[in-house]
Design a protein around this ligand. Structure first.
Ligand code: PMV
Length: 360
């Protein structure tokens, strides 16, 4: 089994006390992952832009202990957050076989997000990847000779076991997750850097996130993924995603923005179509989500802009556009789209290079 190489039997150094800190970004999928099997394996390959400004900073303090079992506390913005602890416990149980030291330490996990907690922006991708990197940092202190590529792959592998899409947040700017016959090195176990040429048009691609609905998610992505198991359109959807990733390869290479728009918007709507046609069915878009989409289409038709949208599992709209259009599109967003956001709020972001260690 390929994941066996992430199992460690012994370490060369021991640790007793310390703190490690990492900052990890969110990511936005262009070809979506929706449907999983086994232990967090994707039913189709996906590709995403890693973001830059939406991120989680996590500090992991550890102290050696002699008692059995996991011992940890989670803090969000300095306050104990017991509601996060069942998810972390499940994560620890899943990754214990790959990080045998988890039982030997008492942990304090302190985390802050650069975006408002209730913004509807998934903090699981940035949060789980930041935690996975902190744990890998500890592992590297106990086994200093582990190579950099192993460090990155195992961090992505562990992040995936916390939240699937988190495995695409370790590096950037374009990450593929899931085996795809045209992408060498692609794996269901971890994200890998998109290996082909990318035209200047896609450099520093902009993503302005319009906060339409800031509430808690109505339907968890875990439930959504499960509903793909006996979904009537599952096979067609997985085939479509695979084809869309193939189609993006020449699009990225040539800088073909009009084809990019067609693929990306169709992917977003297909994701939501899956939600609307599952049993039980549900709708995560809000009336203002549709208002924004229609205004984007109108603006594109009238001005010839290369603006487009994508959605994740919620009502917020990610507005994507080339860096060269930044001024005009931001002007349009402020004038025409911000009124559809809760408190007129939006977040300016762009493609970034992935996680970073925070030094004291
Ligand atoms: O990582 P999860 O299990 O929260 O799933 C995320 C799924 C989408 O955001 C809807 C799509 C994707 O590929 O990120």
């Amino acid at each position: 089994m390929p994941q066996h190489r992430f199992i460690v039997c012994s370490y060369t150094k021991s640790l007793s006390l310390g703190t490690v800190s990492w900052q990890s970004p969110s990511n936005i999928a262009l070809v979506k992952y929706w449907g999983k099997y086994g232990e967090q394996m994707p039913m189709n390959a996906s590709v995403s832009f890693t973001l830059k400004n939406c991120n989680t900073k996590t500090s992991l303090s550890f102290e050696k202990k002699d008692t059995e079992g996991f011992d940890f506390e989670v803090y969000l913005d300095g306050k104990r957050e017991v509601s996060f602890e069942p998810k972390i416990k499940k994560f620890f149980e899943r990754v214990e076989v790959y990080l045998p030291f988890l039982n030997n330490f008492k942990f304090k996990i302190e985390t802050t997000n650069s975006f408002p907690h209730s913004s509807g922006i998934a903090s699981s991708a940035s949060g789980m990847s930041a935690l996975a990197l902190c744990l890998m940092d500890m592992e590297r202190q106990m086994q200093p000779e582990i190579p950099d590529d192993y460090f990155v792959e195992k961090a992505s592998f562990l992040a995936r076991l916390g939240s699937g899409s988190a495995c695409r947040s370790i590096e950037g700017p374009l990450i593929v997750w899931g085996e795809h016959h045209e992408v060498d090195g692609s794996s269901n176990l971890f994200g890998t850097k998109y290996p082909f040429g990318v035209h200047q048009n896609f450099k520093n691609y902009q993503d302005t996130i319009l906060l339409v609905d800031k509430g808690e998610k109505q339907v968890s992505s875990t439930l959504g993924h499960d509903l793909m198991l006996d979904h009537p359109f599952a096979e067609q959807r997985f085939r479509q995603a695979k084809e869309n990733l193939s189609k993006l390869i020449p699009v990225f290479k040539k800088g073909d923005l009009s084809e990019f728009i067609k693929i990306v918007e169709s992917e977003a709507l297909s994701l939501h179509a899956m939600m609307m046609t599952s049993r039980p069915y549900f709708i995560l878009m809000k009336p203002n989500t549709l208002q924004i989409i229609n205004h984007i289409w109108k603006f594109r038709e009238e001005t010839g802009s290369n603006i487009c949208f994508t959605l994740d599992a919620g009502a917020n709209v990610h507005v994507l556009y080339p860096e060269i259009e930044k001024e005009t599109v931001l002007h349009f967003i402020k004038k025409e789209l911000s009124k559809f956001c809760k408190n007129e709020e939006f977040i300016e972001d762009e493609a970034g290079l992935g996680a970073e260690k925070i030094l004291d």
